[in-house]
Design a protein around this ligand. Structure first.
Ligand code: GAR
Length: 210
């Protein structure tokens, strides 16, 4: 059973999908801690409701990004996770913290990477006139939203969509995308080797389409 630490800044619907799948017996994992940069994050309450260790650390007061990361990841390391899952964690993680944990951090991002890194991905997809949009799960590297992509889910952009409508359509696919990716990682079939994703020991040619 893979030990997961989840980092989340807000609503926590992806966290909830993980907790529900574990409770239903469809994901062989244990969430050993939930960590946030926002004390009021609903994700923390969801964790506590499930009896899971949850804590927040405000960035304010730390002298630098690396100082904050060091304090946060000291707490994360204390629960001994096998994998750190960024699920709606909205703070940039500095290179030092990332590079100390190679292949042990994944992030779900609401776009078809490498398109639309960063914030406001849904509005950006609309503004660019995309007919297709989606979400990606990737290994975290020091390059923001730039690590090797493991899997993606695609949705159509429909006439009349606004950013909220598109976000909702993407989110409904994020949950199964994240769960299925975690199943692949938990089963040991997927791993990061030398900056690329390997499946069953061979290099993955392009993201899994889930
Ligand atoms: C999700 O759409 C996730 O892809 C996105 O934030 C939302 C969190 O929802 N993540 C990012 O934008 C990361 N830069 P949730 O809190 O309900 O899981």
């Amino acid at each position: 059973t893979i030990r997961l630490a989840v980092l989340a800044s807000g609503r926590g619907s992806n966290l909830q999908a993980i907790l529900d799948a574990i409770a239903a017996g469809t994901l062989a994992a244990e969430v050993v801690g939930v960590f946030s940069d926002k004390p009021g994050a609903l994700a923390l309450q969801r964790a506590r409701d499930a009896g899971i260790h949850a804590e927040a650390l405000r960035a304010r007061g730390f002298a630098s990004r690396d100082a904050f990361d060091a304090a946060l990841f000291e707490r994360v390391d204390a629960v001994h996770p096998d994998l750190i899952v960024c699920a709606g964690y909205m703070r940039i993680i500095g290179a030092a913290a990332v590079e100390a944990r190679p292949g042990r951090m994944v992030n779900i991002h609401p776009s078809l990477l490498p398109l639309f890194k960063g914030l406001h991905t849904h509005q950006s997809a609309l503004d660019a006139g995309e007919t297709e949009h989606g979400a990606s799960v990737h290994y975290v590297t020091a390059e923001l939203d730039g690590g090797p992509v493991i899997a993606q889910a695609r949705v159509p952009v429909l006439p009349g969509d606004d950013a909220d409508a598109l976000a909702a359509r993407v989110l409904s696919r994020e949950h199964p995308l994240l769960l299925e990716t975690l199943r692949w990682i938990a089963s040991g079939r997927i791993a990061l080797h030398e900056h690329s994703v390997h499946v069953d020991g061979g290099r993955l040619r392009g993201p899994l389409q889930l």
